[in-house]
Design a protein around this ligand. Structure first.
Ligand code: DQA
Length: 137
């Protein structure tokens, strides 16, 4: 079972960035814990602040991985290109947000990814990534 976590812009700052919203743990640290918890799964992680790099990664993994967990961050709300990439690949995608996007600004309520996603998880903090992995098992 091969699952990849793809994180979009500004998520490299997890731990430092608005900790009252996103928590104080770095993603690298959290990812180490996740790998120990799900040691039988081939788990990988990719982060980019660049829209085209996220699209290229979706194309690269989207035909032979078993699952993609995608937190496209701000691009969720703006990127037709990432939405189209999710529509164009075969691997099921779970859209994920650390915060409860529906309890925040109106512009965060719309997603270009959700219509093509297998499901959407938001508001559970980093624990959401764990729930997303379980959704593929
Ligand atoms: C986010 C929510 C987005 O609205 C925001 O732009 C992010 C992170 C989340 O994980 O809660 O950067 O995707």
């Amino acid at each position: 079972m091969k699952i990849i976590i793809i994180n979009g812009p500004n998520l490299n700052l997890l731990g430092k960035r608005e900790p009252e919203i996103y928590g104080s743990q770095t993603f690298e640290e959290f990812f180490e814990e996740l790998k120990l918890k799900f040691s039988t799964i081939e788990l990988s992680y990719f982060q980019s602040n660049i829209e085209g790099e996220l699209i290229d990664k979706l194309h690269g993994v989207g035909f032979d991985y078993d699952g993609i967990i995608l937190n496209a961050a701000a691009y969720t709300h703006t990127s037709v290109g990432i939405g189209d990439a999710v529509k164009g690949i075969n691997t099921p995608v779970v859209e994920l947000h650390i915060s409860n996007i529906h309890a925040r600004e109106e512009f965060r309520h719309h997603s270009f990814i959700a219509p093509a996603a297998k499901g959407v998880l938001f508001g559970f903090g980093l624990k959401g990534y764990e729930l997303a992995i379980k959704s593929f098992l």
